[in-house]
Design a protein around this ligand. Structure first.
Ligand code: HEM
Length: 485
């Protein structure tokens, strides 16, 4: 086989990759070594900042196939016709650890999907849990800091996590999921995905519906016990996914939605926009709408998975936000992170680029390229302002105008202390449907970290468990006691 010729990054053939140019065999190097300098300079710049959360992950391409039309609820192009196939890119991740952490940490898993639709990219940036620890975005940095390493020792510190949770009982529902047997998925293929947030659909008549996504694994849920995770390969989840796809064993998920009308939302006992709560399945049944399959690995991990930029604000006509306060925080956070982490033109990289024409009046910036799918975002037509008189200057389209979003009548601007609300019933309900073995695993997993905390943190956590279910508190207390003796 003839080898390809090695070149510089500018494409010129290279004659020698081992020996720099020097003044005689034992002498110093000279300025003629621009090739060596290029190699060293590029090497110095190989890293970009890792994601501040969800730094460790793995991605793959696939297809979403619609099996039930959602025309009744939304004008979204990719949700109209049964059988419609839409290309997707998915990235799974752990949350708290850095890029060099462990695939089998007890941690939620990110479940982010980019749908490349004909009307632009729609991103569903969810987790493998239907709820979250928080319901006000101002708490996100505090919560994440409490999960990361201790700022002085740079060591994992479960005392910080429990200290935060002891002071923030809203987190109890998600803490119960995290500490349960579901807390460590055996692989990315064996877990579900959820939007967790409530989003909205709107249809041709301008009617709005609230909805949540559920992606149920067709491989079945599989989890690791704490003792199994402790000896698992740190790269096991990455390896499992890549190898499954390489051998043609394509993982898939059944896509479902829960839908609520505006009136049902007004009447709902539980705030439907509270991210710490689920919607009862008996009142809001899961409707099966599609199949999601992963069938192609990336060619280059860094170019595709690492530079993938998901944003909950990437909506398409027919899909929008909701009054969920956490969601609003996220609508601002992600593009800001991408501009810092990847660069201002991150949407022009192939993994992020829309597969439909992109026409706008944003100009230039670092690493500006040409839109792969066409369009005139580089103003090759010369029009770089709006309004303008040119036939080829893009103009807004009223046909995709979103209907007005309802807000509480007579509401006023203030800070609302919602701490008196019920943080315990749903956590207790979850505890009560667990088997005896699952309840004991929960107690063991909690006691492992809580046992390292001071008495005041332990007491406040036990008081929370007690409010959820007295047996929950009793089991954790007994397990803590067993660890002490
Ligand atoms: C106010 C709350 C939140 C804030 C401010 C926030 C912020 C961020 C930021 C800055 C990133 C890194 C983005 C990047 O550099 O590409 C990120 C990643 C991520 N977040 Fe959040 N987040 C919040 C809540 C959530 C929630 C509730 C979920 C799930 C329901 C979630 C799911 C994810 C996922 C899956 C990723 C990784 C996306 C990827 O694979 O690239 N986040 N978040």
């Amino acid at each position: 086989m003839t080898k390809k010729v090695l070149t510089t990054s500018a494409g010129a053939p290279v004659s020698d990759d081992n020996n720099s140019i020097s003044v005689g065999p034992r002498g110093p190097l000279t300025y003629d070594n621009h090739y060596t300098f290029e190699k060293l300079a590029h090497f110095n710049r190989e890293r970009i900042p890792e994601r501040v959360v969800h730094a460790r992950g793995t991605g793959a391409y696939g297809t979403f196939t619609l099996t039930k039309s959602l025309k009744e609820f939304t004008i979204a192009d990719f949700l109209q016709n049964e059988g419609k196939r839409t290309d997707v890119f998915i990235r799974f991740s752990t949350v708290g650890g850095g890029q060099d952490s462990h695939d089998f940490a007890r941690d939620p898993r990110g479940f982010a999907i980019k749908f490349y639709t004909k009307q632009g990219n729609y991103d569903m940036v969810g987790n493998n849990t239907p709820v979250f620890f928080l319901r006000d975005p101002s708490k996100f940095p505090d919560f994440i800091h409490s999960q990361k390493k201790n700022p002085r020792t740079n060591l994992p510190d479960p005392r910080m996590a429990y200290e935060f949770w002891a002071n923030y009982p809203q987190a109890l529902h998600q803490v119960t999921i995290l500490m349960s047997d579901r807390g460590i998925p055996a692989s990315y293929r064996n877990m579900n995905g959820y939007s967790s947030h409530t989003y909205s659909f709107w249809n041709e008549k301008g009617e709005r519906f609230w909805f949540k996504w559920h992606f149920k694994t067709n491989q079945g849920i599989k989890t690791l016990r704490a003792e199994e995770a402790a000896v698992a390969d740190p790269h096991g989840a990455q390896q499992d996914l890549v190898e499954a796809i390489d051998r043609g064993d394509f993982p898939s998920w059944t896509a479902k939605v829960q839908i609520m009308t505006e009136q049902q939302a007004r009447d709902a006992e539980v705030n439907p926009f509270d991210l710490t709560k689920v919607w009862p399945h008996d009142e809001f049944p899961l409707i099966e709408v599609g199949q999601l399959e992963l069938n192609r690995n990336v060619d280059n991990y860094f170019a595709e998975t690492e530079q993938a930029a998901f944003a909950p604000s990437n909506f398409v006509p027919g899909i929008s936000s909701s009054p969920d306060k956490m969601l609003q925080g996220r609508l601002l956070a992600y593009q800001d992170a991408h501009r810092y982490r990847v660069g201002v033109n991150y949407n022009q990289l192939p993994v992020n680029a829309a597969k439909c024409p992109v026409n706008h009046y944003q100009r230039d910036g670092a690493m500006a390229g040409l839109c792969p799918a066409g369009g005139n975002h580089h103003q090759t037509s010369g029009a770089n302002f709006y309004p303008n008189d040119r036939d080829d200057g893009p103009a807004p389209d009223q046909a995709v105008a979103e209907p007005p979003m309802p807000v509480e009548a007579g509401a006023w601007l203030d800070r609302f202390d919602t701490d008196e609300e019920d943080h315990y019933t749903q956590a207790g309900n979850l505890f009560r449907i667990m088997s005896d073995d699952q309840k004991q695993q929960l107690a063991n997993n909690i006691a492992g970290g809580l046992g390292q905390c001071d008495a005041s943190v332990q007491q406040r956590m036990l008081a929370q468990f007690e409010k959820a279910d007295p047996d929950y508190a009793a089991r954790v207390a007994a397990t803590l006691q067993a660890y002490r003796v």
